[in-house]
Design a binder for this molecule. Structure first.
Ligand SMILES: N[C@@H](CCC(=O)N[C@@H](CS)C(=O)NCC(=O)O)C(=O)O
Length: 208
């Protein structure tokens, strides 16, 4: 049977898509690459995804997907039984869609621009300002989300969704779990509830 190919890197958001594929039971293989390291693997990544980002997902029919939120929604289309997203008639659907886009459209870019600001031609001083500002922006966003949720035990309530997969992965990133424990304990609790599923815990421990 044709399979998905997930181009991934340790410690990256590709772990979210690995979890989604696993929960959906879709046949897949993981191509683990050092995504920033020049060489044939990065050349191939750049040919598939001009931003050179992971996750990049090659579908069984050869279609290439380069955005994790689109991948999550696609996997939910193919395998609705995995319940990665509330159904359209579910009252949580609007909150799910908004959170999904906040995570990838507002939070994830704080890493895109803050991880290595010098790549944008900034000098040492400007690079450290951009790093500090993107870190601060991310913390404000997380605290805003924290103030809006009441996990039970998952972010949207009793049903786990792809939002929890992102939260389980992203709470391992800057500013780190000690900061989340102090400032965003509800998000951290949802992350821990999610990681308690052995399929997810195994992928997390391999990736983080
Ligand atoms: N919007 C993308 C963001 C993916 C992303 O930024 N991935 C990181 C690795 S965790 C990356 O490839 N960073 C390198 C870069 O942006 O140049 C998504 O949600 O899939």
């Amino acid at each position: 049977m044709a399979e998905y190919e997930l181009i991934a890197s340790k410690g990256c958001g590709s772990a979210v898509i690995e979890m989604a594929l696993a929960l959906a039971g879709l046949p897949h293989r993981i191509t683990l690459i050092p995504y920033l390291e020049p060489g044939p693997q990065r050349d191939r990544l750049l040919a598939l995804n001009p931003l050179g980002q992971v996750p990049t997902l090659v579908l069984p029919d050869g279609t290439v997907m380069t955005e994790s939120a689109a991948m999550v929604l696609h996997i939910d289309d193919v395998a609705p039984q995995a319940r990665l997203a509330p159904r359209p008639d579910d009252s949580n659907r609007a909150a799910f869609l908004n959170l999904l886009v906040v995570l990838v459209g507002a939070l994830y870019p704080t890493f895109t621009f803050g991880d290595d600001p010098k790549q944008f031609g900034l000098d040492e001083n400007a690079a450290s300002v951009l790093r500090a500002q993107t870190d601060a922006r991310r913390m404000r966003l997380w605290q805003h989300l924290e103030s809006r949720i009441s996990p039970d035990p998952y972010v949207l309530g009793r049903e786990r969704s792809a939002i929890d997969l992102y939260v389980a992965v992203m709470t391992h990133w800057r500013p780190g779990s000690a900061w989340f424990a102090e400032h965003c304990p509800k998000l951290l609790a949802a992350a821990e509830a999610t990681a308690a599923d052995p399929r997810i815990g195994e992928i997390l421990s391999r990736n983080m």
